[in-house]
Ligand binder design. Sequence first.
Ligand code: ACO
Length: 310
Amino acid sequence: MGLIDTKRERAKRNRRRIVLPEGDEPRTMKAAETILAEGLAEPILLTPASIAVDAKRLADYAALLYGLRKAKGLSEADAARLAADPMYYGMLMVKAGDADGLVSGAVHSTGDMLRPALQVVKTAPGMMLVSSSFLIECRNKSLGENGLLVYADCVVNPCPDAEELANIAVATAETARKLCGIAEPRVAMLSFSTKGSASHHLVDKVREATEIAHSLAPDLLVDGELQLDAAFVPEVAAIKAKESPVAGRANVLVFPDLQSGNIGYKITQRIGGADCFAVLQGLASPCNDLSRGCSVEDIVNTVAATAAQI
Ligand code: ACO
């Protein structure tokens, strides 16, 4: 059974309420039919018209948003205007406990979906920041964990500092465990240098992040800085990083910034032919983004993965 099939099975058991704020978008409407028919979740389709029907609830959500953002300068009038926007309304449903998760992005850009998620749903207790894991299913089953790799962060944080990078590494290992069933995450902190082969402040950041990750999660197998080949080619690891507990057998790859992470997953997908699937991690409730080029099946799978994250 593939990763997505496992998520679908878990979603069926959970039967969560998942909001779809792009409720009048044709692929989303079709996906909702499949989700219902297969019992993957209870989809809640939002449109400006469906929101306007319940004026009391809209007023309650506007008050909730005002309470959350007034210290940041949001006026009551702007809170009322924003709450009527399906994206904010959906996030407010999740915040209020009226929905369990949210999937959006068939129309909106990643930033336009992330900003309300960060402002309203916010980070989970104990999490420093929100980031993402890309679940990568390779055709070559000898790579990673039976062909499965987890990449981070390829979606959210443009320039993480060392502490943020360390937190991304620890959160991604947790996602690898919980969502991918990888019992022993082995985390490689990627760089253009392996164990001091190059000197540069960018390499220093990855080294420092590795040390912080060790202190945050002393039992986690995490090592760096490692080049990609040293991270998961045993023959290269034997030459470049003989003592490393991770080199040559990494199953979690942490990129030093968003440029390398985003480019890295797209190379894996478009040139390597792997199936790639992203989830956000660190939010108080699961909210996930779609690509604007997504298919109906992508939406169904993302809803299943979101339900499975709870
Ligand atoms: N975790 C938690 N909170 C965060 C994070 C984070 N990673 N980043 C920002 N925030 C918080 C801020 O503290 C701020 O909170 P506050 O308003 O309560 O003080 C709020 O979110 C907004 O932060 P800003 O810095 O004002 O927002 P910004 O305009 O920088 O947007 C965003 C943040 C949307 C995440 C931005 O960094 C971004 O656009 N990231 C890249 C998204 C992207 O385009 N990805 C690539 C494409 S996706 C793909 O290819 C699959």
